[in-house]
Design a protein around this ligand. Structure first.
Ligand SMILES: *[C@@H]1O[C@H](CO)[C@@H](O)[C@H](O)[C@H]1NC(C)=O
Ligand SMILES: *[C@@H]1O[C@H](CO)[C@@H](O)[C@H](O)[C@H]1NC(C)=O
Ligand SMILES: *[C@@H]1O[C@H](CO)[C@@H](O)[C@H](O)[C@H]1NC(C)=O
Ligand SMILES: *[C@@H]1O[C@H](CO)[C@@H](O)[C@H](O)[C@H]1NC(C)=O
Ligand SMILES: *[C@@H]1O[C@H](CO)[C@@H](O)[C@H](O)[C@H]1NC(C)=O
Ligand SMILES: *[C@@H]1O[C@H](CO)[C@@H](O)[C@H](O)[C@H]1NC(C)=O
Ligand SMILES: *[C@@H]1O[C@H](CO)[C@@H](O)[C@H](O)[C@H]1NC(C)=O
Ligand SMILES: CC(=O)N[C@H]1CO[C@H](CO)[C@@H](O)[C@@H]1O
Length: 483
């Protein structure tokens, strides 16, 4: 499953995205609030290859700014890092509440290659060689300098080292970038929030499926496992009929189809709506209704219609051939997965929810099918470079949702300088601290019940505010003196 979804595109669970609901699918109460704070595109000339001494090419990188709350001249600047998807604006989520409270200006930079920030018209494999987290971190550093300098010009401050205090934010992959930015460039941010941050690259990520089983609970896990058996059997008997139940006849490779159906189950837990899946499935098992049919209804209505899950994202032919920049996020995320990050969501040997066919060979074969021979993830190099979950940095807040399968790639330990918080609740999924109620709720609740407050989320948010407050004030002492 993927993480950042703009509202048009929801990445599959295999990529990691903090999915956002399409505004029209959000309940009445919520759609009245503004979904985006701004969608006004701005552009920055970014260096294509930060590591070459000879290559001076640039590309246009998209960004946004929202200055309504900014306290000139010395208010903080909040940098929202966009991750593995198009960045269509600054979303009205909990960071907006924080920005108001701290009188911060907010900026957000689209990740290189995604959305409108692609350096190339063709995303053929050879053109993807500048797509990496390391290049992305230097993008952030270069953009930060540019923005600070232009802010000083706007504020009529001569550039003699005057700086606003900056704070970085990210969720999931961009949460990892947020932590890594503080690790590598501690002089460029006062601190970082790393929500559900996947800081540990993982080759065989079987804990992911295990967490799905745990989040589902015994009864629902058993129903899911039985559904999967029926699916595998059904493929042997009449593969076309089974696939058409899921509107997925375009998937020629059976394992691709099984990956789609595995990811669809993940969505309920990753985004904190377990009941949407477990209530009908356990119900069907109890009264003897067809499990596959019940499951397919969940996939079509919840995953596809509501969240925008797309069958094409699992179609390796499509992934190989989407070399034009529109609709390319899945291909791009798979490239990052297949080269530096992994997170291959393989079935655990015992008691797996997903099909045993979703194993390491499946993932390596997928990488080869999409990008050609020789593309292989260098997980160790990534973890050597950043430290994995033992990264040695200061002033980073880690947050995890108890039901989120991605939390197993996040930071394990809490300490004074690297506090790590777990939000424990039935609905605590990926990025719940930032994306959860009452801002842009990932929890789909009934109309009458607009947004239940979750104590555990609020507790973590309070801790977040305290740390940001402290770290900004420590930082301010050493930066801009007010004029
Ligand atoms: C970016 O580069 C283009 C072409 O060289 C130039 O016209 C434009 O002014 C530059 N933009 C900024 C913000 O520097
Ligand atoms: C900066 O200086 C310009 C020209 O001197 C002036 O028009 C503008 O209002 C000033 N801006 C601020 C924020 O003081
Ligand atoms: C099935 O797929 C087709 C084309 O891919 C799409 O037009 C249609 O809306 C889909 N139906 C459902 C129920 O998702
Ligand atoms: C069985 O339970 C499911 C899920 O609760 C329900 O949708 C379905 O109508 C029930 N079928 C029968 C035959 O009772
Ligand atoms: C496999 O999973 C089952 C069900 O959770 C458990 O009872 C059993 O002990 C596990 N076996 C091994 C070898 O871990
Ligand atoms: C982290 O780095 C600091 C110095 O920068 C060092 O004192 C400390 O021992 C390191 N911690 C670990 C666990 O390596
Ligand atoms: C993290 O915490 C666990 C249990 O609290 C401990 O066993 C482990 O050694 C710690 N890891 C690091 C890197 O400090
Ligand atoms: C502080 C905290 O609870 N951190 C959790 C984050 O996720 C890891 C992986 O599941 C847990 O082991 C940690 O306890």
């Amino acid at each position: 499953m993927s993480l950042e979804l703009s509202f048009i595109l929801i990445m599959s669970c295999s990529t990691l995205s903090n999915a956002l609901l399409h505004p029209s699918s959000v309940s009445h109460d919520v759609s009245r609030t503004r979904y985006y704070l701004t969608t006004n595109e701005l552009w920055f000339n970014q260096t294509l290859d930060h590591y070459s001494h000879y290559d001076h090419r640039k590309f246009r990188q998209r960004y946004y700014e929202f200055m309504d709350y900014f306290r000139a001249p010395d208010g903080p600047i909040f940098m929202i890092i966009c991750g593995e998807g198009p960045c269509s604006g600054i979303v009205n989520d909990y960071i907006n509440v924080l920005a108001k409270r701290f009188e911060a200006g907010v900026v957000s930079l689209e990740h290189r290659y995604y959305g409108k920030s692609s350096p190339f018209n063709s995303l053929a494999t050879e053109n993807l060689k500048y797509l990496s987290s390391k290049q992305a971190l230097l993008d952030l550093a270069a953009f930060r300098r540019y923005y600070q300098e232009s802010l000083n010009v706007k504020l009529n401050i001569s550039n003699g080292g005057n700086e606003n205090p900056w704070f970085f934010f990210g969720i999931s992959y961009s949460g990892a970038l947020s932590a890594w930015f503080r690790l590598k460039f501690p002089h460029l941010t006062c601190g970082s929030l790393a929500s559900s941050a996947v800081v540990r690259a993982v080759y065989e990520f079987s804990e992911f499926d295990k967490q799905i089983g745990e989040s589902a609970g015994q009864e629902c896990k058993a129903a899911l496992q039985e559904t999967n058996k029926h699916l595998e059997l059904g493929l042997k008997v009449d593969r076309k009929a089974v696939k058409s139940l899921f509107n997925a006849t375009e998937l020629d490779v059976d394992a691709d189809f099984l990956y789609l159906t595995a990811d669809a189950a993940v969505m309920a837990f990753q985004y904190g709506n377990p009941d949407k899946l477990c209530v009908p499935l356990v119900g069907a098992k109890k009264n003897g209704s067809d499990l596959v049919e019940t499951y397919s209804k969940y996939v079509r209505e919840y995953c596809m219609r509501l969240w925008g899950l797309r069958v094409r994202a699992y179609n390796r032919k499509h992934l190989r051939n989407t070399v034009v920049t529109a609709d390319s996020a899945y291909r791009l995320w798979w490239f990052q997965s297949c080269t530096e990050l992994g997170y291959f969501q393989v079935a655990p040997r015992n008691d797996s929810v997903r099909s045993q066919q979703i194993n390491t060979e499946f993932h390596l074969d997928l990488c080869k099918s999409i990008f050609g021979k020789g593309v292989y993830p260098k997980i160790d190099a990534t973890n050597f470079y950043y430290g994995g979950d033992r990264l040695n940095a200061t002033k980073i807040i880690f947050t995890n949702g108890s039901q989120d399968p991605w939390r197993h790639a996040s930071k394990q330990n809490s300490s004074h300088e690297l506090p790590s918080y777990m939000m424990k609740c039935h609905n605590c999924g990926h990025g719940t601290d930032i994306k959860g109620c009452p801002q842009s709720p990932m929890v789909i609740e009934g109309k009458s019940n607009s947004c239940s407050l979750v104590d555990d989320v609020n507790k973590v948010r309070q801790q977040m505010v305290q740390h940001i407050d402290l770290w900004l004030s420590e930082c301010r002492r050493s930066t801009r003196t007010s004029i």
